[in-house]
Write a protein that binds this ligand. Sequence first.
Ligand SMILES: [Zn+2]
Length: 375
Amino acid sequence: MTPFSFTLEARSGGARLGRIDTARGAIRTPAFMPVGTAATVKAMLPESVAATGADILLGNTYHLMLRPTAERIDRLGGLHRFMNWSKPILTDSGGFQVMSLAGLRKLTEKGVTFKSHIDGSKHELTPERSMEIQRLLGSDIVMAFDECPALPASRDRIAESMQLSMRWAARSRDAFGDRPGHALFGIMQGGLEKDLREESARALTEIGFEGYAIGGLAVGEGQEAMFDCLDYAPGFLPEDRPRYLMGVGKPDDIVGAVKRGVDMMDCVLPSRSGRTGQAWTRRGQVNIKNARHMDDSRPLDEACSCPACRHYSRAYLHHVYRAGEMISGMLLTWHNLHYYQELMQAMRDAIAADAFDAFESAFHAQRAEGDIPPL
Ligand SMILES: [Zn+2]
């Protein structure tokens, strides 16, 4: 079995080009991971997701533990087989979504008890239970169980929460056990407090993980504050391990994060936007609901090779959105995921050529032009 490893191949400024090897295949970094919340990337067949260039998907522990349950997925052969995705899968720990979705939470040193948002049933998540669920799912990259306080929060609250997360990180490491080919990532917390981020990174590095995530960002602090944090936070983490920025983001967030040394990201945005008539292109965001597209026979993006752009007009995409047809979400999601993966490939090429600055300037210049003028 291929052991889990990370190879740093090139740099351009702070941006890093690399490759993660896992038992289920390689992940080219910087990598964008589409989100397959409930064992599906909504509106996409898994082979279509792979065709966009995705090397890895993200699955959500919170959703899967409630329905259909980790034990059932295990009995059915694991998450890869269950959802027909043979490449790597990263699962989150459930901690963040318990905080954002579940009702009646109770947080103790041991873990979190909560009521399901689906049927009100009572559940418990602890570092040990989260590791067990992610093992039952068959996840290739497992995330340590952490707590992320809702913002705004006081510095004391952020510090207490971070220290609890570090104790949970150590328990996650112990419970993960010996699983060749698989990886456990620790999650840095500490809000926007530089010294707390450093303390968190030190605690995690002492425990030792195969990779490190930067948690607690993209939770409403805004891009400027996030970039300020990313100016220093990745530098607190070991050079020779992948760095994963959780829950990011818009295309310009992604470019800014890669510039600052982030290797992996995930976000529901391209798939969620695809279901609400929003497309992301080289020229920025396009709202296909807008009446200006009604008679427009041109593709969404003439330079894009995805099925939505090769075979359909803006007028068609507008029509099926207005008519509430399922193909609307299917085509726009495909386009958005394709665009995100092309963006990652363009960044990987730019880093290999040590030309990330030039790439970044061109990226922003093209977006500043805006969408093509109406017919
Ligand atoms: Zn397209």
